[in-house]
Design a protein around this ligand. Structure first.
Ligand code: NAD
Length: 970
């Protein structure tokens, strides 16, 4: 054993000894609470349900709602007699049990929340002072969705600072040594609370908005001699927070101020690089600063988020890896003590003992660094550290019960986590020796499945084609680009520059493998700057359309007999090319259809996914299936291609939808004529280039840009077109449906038509919904990409119980949106597609003004371009035009209803039935009611935030049963 390990053990044992002198159970509150926590540690399912219940409880207003949720979460009898009896009792007397439950949960929350407000918290701080424990105060609050919320937060921080400074004027340093490094008043600030529009792709914008809000607080802190710490939250905001810290504290005004600190999270793989960079920055700045080193509190969130988006996971998978990294960073901090003051935020005695031992080795006085522990947790450890002469500070959250719930649940999860130190020590009595082991010895060699998105997907079926799919059919989405990385931001900027250089290029038709130019060129303009022409497309007329049908017909014979494996390969090659050209394709979308960066990237990702998914499905469906075997006869089920497919796409998902429909046709052995929308010709031409590079044989995929009303209508009626795949407006879709139903002379097949049409999507905000979350999603769904998605939120249905609470936050949230040219990173609302759309939407706004109440309309818009102000109408009734017709722009109608039954009636009482969404607290809790929910012709009930993906392939086939007779041999 090394000398340092010896010393760690010695110190660790000493801490344990002191801790054991004043034994305390893990959960200090006795009774019901302790029993529930004990049960949670034994039963993971119970724990999940319990914490969900705790989270939703503050938003339930009536005892019957509380009992309803209790029933839904705990209806399973498997939770044992204690829970079963409790639930039965609660049901009998809801008016008594509701308040009792609420009271108990408040009690739980108060265990971790130091006070409701600044007055309240002072009492707690005084008590701690007498125990020689310092404080840092943090403000709890609901998610910030608007600048009004952010301003309120900033004011609360300032108020808190003033009160703390006043109340603690005569307090002195508990150690009476090196006190200049550790001001008594210490405030922890959450950056995300001060600006509602932080976008990881645009740190410069965030800094430009955050710095002015922070300066008054920092100035005042300096005046009153307080310390300000920047807290660290999710990984998406990490780089922005670091950059902000370095920018603001380099400013002349704060350059020499030493009382600023920031957090480093040891569970992040890049934390060491960040810390080294900070130290270097600090040395150049020449003034001391502080770092609070923590393990990190968002592990579940970070792993889930990165798995969901296919990103490299930013956090270590194994707990001992984070522990070991904590020690590495501890050493780095202490070695650089001359410039950085360290605060070690951990409840793990091994980590604490390691910091002590290493500081000792360096000969550092214990009063030059501190330990920070959370309020309401690990009391005996704090006491032990004080007894040993160390500096201890408590992290004290302040806030109301409702916003405090998320914090409470995080603490409960931490306390009951299988890997948590406190549980091991205080609930499971793991030996001191075991708890003091070197974490590097506990790291297992790469554990298969951990952090592997494939492993996770197959485990829960989330990415599967259906919930009960065989594991071999699990599909893995292509990763989204993570714009939080500087590298991704630079690549996108580079792509935008390159694509801009190609403005004005001309793109030909492609028919039978040949490039075809026509006399007519159609310009495609940038809707943000209509005088910029992104490109010109050759315009096809009837002769070119005829030529395309002929080429496709000729190619069909061979292509339909080409092995499906070869066809699947073609799609996979196309996917690889799109992956390679990803930024470039996204940039074209930003210019041609005004998509914000992340939306454009999502579209390219979807196109890639379509190709890979259909290739995979083709391999599954391509093999004949034996359906039955009777003596002398085997029956097989085959799919056969239909013939020539005409693909008609809209402009709003200009590559994904075009690619989805075309690739499904191609991979199933049909030949395809693809027609992009008039507004997105360049995107269509790009897709054609991709397939040409992938080696699509001549005539199998033909590119025909031109007017829908001319070549579109002609080909819909064409006798040699067997199949039509259309996505677009209801008006055009219905016309196609009708026209394709007529069988024309010489037509061999009845035409098959797949029509995906418009929507008038509704979102119901149920009484138990998290309001902040519901508002955030509503805003994103209604105004993201200017409301130009078939699934965009158009009717927000609020229960009257919720109405005021939601509206209070919805309008300021809309007013905080960034409207602008999406070429800039972080813009959420850009221009609508063209002048016609611009005029049509403005007309609808006039209709809305005459029918309902204009509750909000944005004012500051770019002067050039087709920008429509985000607009909200209230007092909307279901029979009004703005509630019935698809507007396809940033216009939201809010409808107030009595109860859920009326909400469902309103949601379903529309001609459109594409998507629907009900904002409830828990998906599970709604399961038994989901049957009546707005489903859009039974299609989908999900949050209408993202364009959904579905498989269009099966209708591209004729299904044929083939009976094969086998001559029996005797
Ligand atoms: P649109 O109906 O105006 O045009 C769609 C396509 O149809 C274009 O390529 C157009 O050239 C072509 N077209 C027009 N007239 C035609 C005709 N007579 N015959 C044949 N083709 C013709 O729709 P749009 O403005 O491009 O797209 C927006 C619409 O698409 C919205 O209504 C939106 O809800 C809908 N949409 C639906 C989905 C979905 O999956 N359901 C997805 C995206 C968009």
């Amino acid at each position: 054993m090394t000398a340092v390990q010896n010393e760690i053990e010695r110190r660790g044992s000493r801490i344990f000894e002191l801790v054991d002198k004043h034994p305390q159970p893990l959960f200090s509150k006795a009774g019901l609470y302790q029993r529930l926590m004990a049960l949670s540690m034994r039963d993971e399912q119970f724990k999940v349900q319990l914490f969900r219940f705790v989270d939703v409880l503050p938003s339930l207003r009536h005892p019957r709602e509380i009992i309803g949720h209790l029933n839904e979460y705990f209806s399973d009898d498997g939770f044992g007699p204690f829970v079963g009896t409790g639930i039965r009792l609660a049901r009998i007397v809801p008016w008594v049990s509701g308040p009792i439950l609420r009271w108990n949960v408040s009690g739980m929350a108060h265990q971790f929340i130091a006070g409701k407000n600044s007055d309240d918290v002072i009492k707690t701080l005084r008590k701690r002072r007498s125990q020689k424990i310092g404080f840092t105060v943090d403000l709890l609050g609901e998610a910030v969705v608007s600048e009004a919320d952010a301003d309120e937060y900033a004011a609360r921080y300032l108020d808190l600072l003033e009160k703390l400074a006043r109340e603690t004027k005569n307090w002195t340093d508990p150690l009476g040594k090196n006190s200049e490094l550790f001001p008594v008043v210490n405030l922890s600030v959450k950056i995300s609370a001060l600006y509602s529009q932080i976008n990881p792709a645009d740190p410069a914008d965030a800094i430009a908005h955050l710095a002015p809000k922070l300066r008054p607080l920092l100035r005042r802190a300096r005046e009153v001699g307080a310390f300000i710490n920047f807290d660290m939250e999710s990984y998406a905001h990490k780089n922005t927070t670091l950059e902000l810290f370095k920018t603001i504290f380099r400013e002349e005004e704060f350059k020499n101020w030493p009382h600023a600190g920031i957090v480093i999270q040891a569970y992040l793989r890049d934390s060491e690089a960040d810390l080294r960079d900070l130290i270097e920055w600090g040395r150049k700045r020449g003034t001391r600063f502080a770092v609070r080193l923590v393990k990190g509190a968002y592990w579940d969130y970070e792993t889930t988020k990165s798995l969901q988006n296919g990103w490299d996971c930013p956090v270590y998978f194994q707990k001992p890896e984070s522990d070991a990294n904590f020690e590495t960073l501890t050493r780095l901090l202490l070695e650089n003590e001359s410039i950085v003051t360290a605060a070690f935020g951990s409840h793990n005695i091994r980590s604490i003992a390691h910091a002590q031992a290493f500081a000792d080795e360096l000969g550092l006085d214990p009063s030059r660094f501190e330990f920070q522990l959370l309020y309401g947790m690990a009391g005996p450890i704090k006491r032990a550290l004080v007894e040993m002469g160390y500096r201890v500070r408590e992290y004290c959250p302040v806030g109301e019960l409702l916003p405090g719930m998320a914090y409470l649940v995080r603490r409960l999860l931490e306390n009951t986590s299988n890997e948590g130190f406190l549980r091991a020590k205080f609930a499971e009595n793991v030996s001191a020796k075991e708890l003091l082991r070197d974490p590097t010895e506990l790291i297992k060699p790469a554990v298969a499945g951990i952090g592997d998105p494939g492993g996770s997907a197959s485990a829960d079926g989330k990415n599967s084609t259906s919930l009960d799919i065989a594991s071999a059919d699990v599909y893995r989405n292509s990763p989204l680009v993570n714009f939080a990385y500087k590298d991704s931001q630079e690549k996108m900027q580079g792509a935008l520059r390159e694509v801009r250089k190609r403005f004005g290029e001309k793109y030909p038709l492609v028919i039978g493998g040949e490039k075809v130019w026509t006399d007519q060129l159609t310009p495609s303009v940038n809707p943000s700057a209509p005088d910029e022409i992104v490109g010109y497309g050759s315009e096809a007329g009837i002769p070119e359309a005829e030529r395309a049908v002929k080429a496709a017909r000729e190619a069909f014979g061979k292509w339909s007999r080409t092995p499906f494996e070869e066809r699947a390969h073609l799609l996979e090659r196309a996917a690889d090319i799109m992956e390679r050209r990803r930024y470039e394709l996204s940039a074209v979308e930003v210019f041609e259809v005004g998509k914000p960066w992340n939306e454009a990237d999502g579209d390219i990702r979807e196109a890639i996914d379509f190709c890979r998914f259909y290739a995979q499905q083709m391999r599954r469906l391509g093999r004949p299936k034996l359906t039955q075997r009777v003596p002398g006869e085997d029956s097989y089920h085959h799919y056969w291609p239909r013939g020539v497919t005409f693909v008609i796409a809209p402009w709003n998902f200009p590559i994904a939808i075009l690619c989805g429909m075309a690739s499904a046709g191609v991979v199933t052995g049909n030949t395809v004529i693809m027609k992009p929308s008039e507004q997105s010709i360049v995107c269509g031409a790009m897709l054609m280039q991709v397939f040409e590079e992938a080696g699509v044989p001549s005539g199998v995929l033909n590119f025909l840009s031109g007017h829908g009303s001319v070549i579109g209508a002609h080909l819909v009626d064409h006798k040699d077109v067997d199949l039509i795949a259309f996505t677009g407006s209801r008006e055009v879709g219905l016309k196609i449906w009708e026209s394709a139903g007529i069988t024309r002379p010489g037509q061999r097949e009845l035409k098959r038509v797949i029509c995906e049409m418009g929507g008038k999507n509704a979102m119901i905000v149920d009484s138990d919904a998290d309001v902040g979350e519901a508002v955030g999603y509503s805003i994103y769904s209604a105004f993201g990409f200017q409301g130009q998605k078939c699934s965009a939120l158009s009717r927000l249905i609020l229960l009257q119980d919720n109405y005021d609470r939601v509206m209070e936050r919805l309008i300021p949230a809309a007013a905080s949106l960034r409207v602008g040219n999406p070429e800039e990173p972080g813009i959420m609302v850009g221009p609508v597609i063209d002048e016609a759309a611009y005029r049509r939407i403005l007309d609808y706004i006039e209709v809305g003004k005459s029918e309902a109440t204009l509750a909000y309309q944005a004012k500051d818009l770019p002067r050039q371009g087709y920008f429509i102000p985000p607009t909200i109408f209230t007092d909307v009734k279901p029979n009004m035009r703005i509630a019935r017709e698809e507007i396809f722009g940033p216009v939201l109608s809010v409808l107030k209803v009595r109860d859920l039954d009326e909400a469902l009636e309103v949601a379903n009482g529309s001609d459109y039935a594409l998507t629907g969404d009900r904002r409830i607290f828990l998906a599970e809790s709604g399961q038994h009611r989901a049957r009546q929910s707005p489903t859009g012709s039974g299609k989908r009930l999900h949050q209408s935030l993202v364009h959904r993906r579905d498989c269009r392939a099966p209708s591209f086939w004729r299904i044929q049963n083939e009976w094969q007779r086998h001559q029996s041999r005797w």
